[in-house]
Design a protein around this ligand. Sequence first.
Ligand code: ACO
Length: 381
Amino acid sequence: MSATTVNIARGLEDVIFTESSLCYIDGDQGKLYYSGYKIQDLAEYSTFEEVSYLLLHGKLPTRAELKAFSAALVAERALPRSLIRNIKAYPKTAHPMSALRTAISELGMLDPHEDEISPEGLYQKSLSLIAKFPTVVAAIKRSREGLSILAPRKGLSHAANFLYMSTGKVPSKEETKLMDVALILQAEHGFNASTFTAIAAYSTQADLYSSIVAAISALKGPRHGGANEAVMKMLAEIGSPERVSSWLAELQAKKGRVMGMGHRVYKAYDPRAGVLNKYAAEVAAKHGHSKEYAILKEVERQAGAIYNPKGIYPNVDFYSGVVYSDLGYGLEFFTPIFAVARISGWTAHILEYTKVDNRLLRPDSLYTGKLDVPYVPITKR
Ligand code: ACO
């Protein structure tokens, strides 16, 4: 066998390893559905609680079901005291994704039933993680800023409470809607690198926390969740809309990549970027953060002319950063916000995988090394 006779699925592209009814992506048409519902409809009419219910249960909730589900999330929001104490002691210089990874690992250690994998146990732990992620991220943010860590507020929705715990202010309806939209758009996306990593870890029957820690680690990279942070760094590097042309020429010369553009699956405009573009435009018009938005529009126009014909378009991360900054988050918190959203998708996939397949993931590689090499004792090498 050689690389020419074996078909190597580099990057696992187009490899189908299981079935799922959670998410359908039509990458050529730029369409995305969660459990059959168009992402645009969910972003416009739904809330993060409703979308999390949809992902965990495969159907939209009735009023009574949503009320009970939301109450169950509220009941799970608070963190153990010892974790809050430890978060305060984390180095302020650590990246918040590293802090999040550590905090979720600690949550696992603090759960006396960490290893429980019964369907009910898994579901309950999933709810608990969805509820606690915003509390953990807000605590990390406030601790880094030298501010007191705030307890969750019962009367607020998931999105509003996350904003409140992060900023200390009860958000307006408009801010809450913006956070809801951002969380809904990033809640699920099939077998991306972090979800696949979660399933790979879970397929060994590692516990849920360990699988989620693995997913957080995969999300951190700039080719995945870290891209939204990289977009804001790119904007700072460009500096002004007038500089886009020369910056782009330099980027092309060094064969660099435009952050927030391109996608393994979408070869058309990412529909999530379309929704965020609309909200980012409104935010930019209202609050005057128009410089970043103006640069993005110019990058989209000029880079689009070069890259769109190759199927490279803005992805969800292109506009998410300007929305998050407007909501009061520094750029190192963009990926943690992504994680606050994606915890619903990660847990929903794990719950689904236990029912559909539950098989150990174990791919193979084409061996290119030597065989039967004579062993030479160390004294003779
Ligand atoms: N800018 C310029 N060129 C690009 C870009 C880009 N953003 N993305 C891909 N290309 C080019 C590559 O240079 C390569 O060109 P070549 O064939 O001449 O060498 C070609 O397109 C194919 O690139 P691959 O990396 O093989 O394609 P892949 O499908 O793996 O790309 C990826 C997906 C990694 C996301 C890529 O588009 C990228 O690096 N984008 C920038 C980072 C980013 O925005 N990531 C967020 C993804 S969305 C998410 O995770 C939520």
